[in-house]
Write a protein that binds this ligand. Structure first.
Ligand SMILES: [Zn+2]
Ligand SMILES: [Zn+2]
Length: 352
């Protein structure tokens, strides 16, 4: 088995060769056919998340150990299964749910392992998909994606799931209400792709890049776009909503500028959902959420149940695909640089 590994934070990834593991117990060995590159891979590679000011969270202190094979958006073919595996057999194609937990706590037992306090997420805490193979601890983390293309399906494991779970938290929204989405990167586009399956509300996507906003309009007609590079986001949304504000804002960027704007445009009884990991600090007058009955919350990835729901929607509905570009796995490092520059439209996917 060959794996492209992070051996030193911030240094070029390195190919290492290991003996291909033999699955034991409930483990399943998956041969990787596509692996999405996620913005959070960039944070792991660099070794930290920005908290605003000079403060950082170091991933090493959060339990990330090197060498590590990154990659948590994996589609592959089952190559071997441990003796206790049921439900899959060699040759089956599956999407890997990467947000694996301890397996025994109440969250893990109810298929919400993304909230486990002892995470073993693939590509974050254990080896992931920048590799010829990935070892999945249990077949329950494998999702059937029959009929979907590998390079389209893989990004539903993180970007798609994160967007879907955040959208669900914003629901219900009525047709005369407004949902603002901030940031038309991979997550934002995934949200735009499925948003009409969840609500008839008015949807406005904000970004500072016209090309990305163009992609939003072509993906789901009827979704409005707003370029905030030259305009004040809060006053423009207030104008667009006759001063009512946004009933829900999902901030896929969540840096100090976008979080401030998201809070500022929130309607009475509105909900602000913080998703992005771009980093920063938010200060606000504490009486405002109380007086306006507002909710500020976060959303991290999503549950196994939500991933299956999302894949069912994608299989059943004839939604327009989010743009995807594939690259050979060798190009992972240069790709991470382009992710950092924000140059990617849609999703970048590595193939062996
Ligand atoms: Zn991710
Ligand atoms: Zn657990």
């Amino acid at each position: 088995m060959k794996s492209l590994q992070l051996t030193d934070f911030g240094k070029p990834l390195q190919w290492n060769e290991y003996e291909t593991p033999e699955p034991v117990g409930k483990e399943v060995l998956v041969k990787v056919s596509a692996c999405g590159v996620c913005h959070s891979d960039l944070h792991i590679w660099e070794g930290y998340y920005e908290l605003g000011g000079e403060e950082r969270i170091y991933v090493k202190e959060r339990g990330v150990n090197l060498p590590l094979t990154m990659g948590h958006e994996v589609v592959g073919v089952v190559e071997a299964a441990g003796p206790d595996v049921t439900g899959v057999k060699p040759g089956d194609k599956r999407l890997v749910y990467p947000w694996v937990g301890c397996g025994t706590c109440k969250y893990c037992r109810s298929e919400r392992p993304q909230m486990c306090s002892k995470p073993r997420s693939l590509g974050v805490y254990t080896n992931g998909g920048y590799s010829s193979h990935v070892l999945v601890p249990d077949a329950q983390y494998l999702v059937n994606i029959d009929g979907l293309r590998d390079e389209q399906a893989c990004s539903y494991a993180c970007a798609g799931l994160t967007a879907y779970s955040a959208l669900k938290k914003a629901m219900p929204l009525e047709s005369d209400e407004t949902l603002v989405l901030v940031g038309a990167g991979g997550l934002g586009l995934m949200a735009v792709q499925v948003v009409r399956e969840l609500t008839d509300a008015r949807v406005i996507m904000m970004d500072i890049d016209d090309e990305k906003l163009e992609t939003v309009r072509s993906l789901t007609p009827g979704v409005e776009t707003l370029n905030t590079s030259q305009k004040d986001a809060v006053s423009t949304i207030m104008e667009m909503t006759a001063n009512a504000g946004a009933n829900a804002v999902i901030d896929f960027v969540n840096n100090e500028h976008t979080a401030k704007a998201s809070f500022g445009m929130l309607a009475k009884n509105g909900q602000m959902i913080m998703v992005g990991l771009f980093g920063g600090k938010l200060t606000f007058p504490t009486p405002v959420p109380a007086l306006k009955n507002q909710t500020i919350r976060g959303s991290y990835t999503g549950s196994l149940v939500e991933l299956r729901e999302l894949i069912d929607i994608i299989k059943e509905k004839d939604l327009r695909p989010v743009p995807v570009k594939t690259y050979p796995m060798d190009e992972a490092a240069s790709l991470l640089d382009r992710v950092k520059d924000g140059k990617i439209i849609g999703r970048a996917v590595l193939t062996p």
